[in-house]
Design a protein around this ligand. Sequence first.
Ligand code: CA
Length: 228
Amino acid sequence: MPNERILIVEDEKDIQELIRYNLAQAGYRPTAAGTGEEALKLARRQPPDLILLDLMLPKMDGLEVCRMLSADSQTRHVPIIMLTAKSEEADVITGLQMGADDYMTKPFSPRVLLARVKTVLRRKRRAETGAAEPLRRGELFIHPGRREVRVKNKSVELTFSEFGIVYYLAQHAGWVYTREQIVDAVHGADYPVTDRSIDVQIVNLRRKLGASGDLLETVRGVGYRFKE
Ligand code: CA
């Protein structure tokens, strides 16, 4: 049994209960919040292993919740999957920029939800237990065990996926990867994420890495490469 703690943030009671039921059936320990304020309180009290975050919430919306979770050192490393309606496509980009790791468009089947949850949690576990060697590339220093990135010895705050992307590309400097290959490597195979998430996260990474941002090169028509 997996046993990980998952926080569901959803104001629609039917959907909240459907998700909660399916996660509990699969052996997870779900808790639910109906508002953003309540979600922040629960997440800060005891950071969960994963957060499923509805974007359309009363008062504080999901994007604001996402921003606050990413700004808080206690909750920054908790993966976030946004739950969105079709009409909220534009918000998806904003959410990814604010630190969410991925999104699912409603309605989704319990089977798809569980597959996605399982993949994200497996990725998180692998990241936590990996005792890989730190990397240095120019002014950039990456410590996979501590999930720490430094540029000119100054700590850079990255989300879970951003870290995965830069670490993966830096490990194989000089090699070109397609968006699909990056998705497979970072999220695990068969992960139904769009190429767009990778593009948005590369833009975020370049901005956050400042002077070292140009180490991430776009290879026109192919994908991305870490400069040798
Ligand atoms: Ca809602």
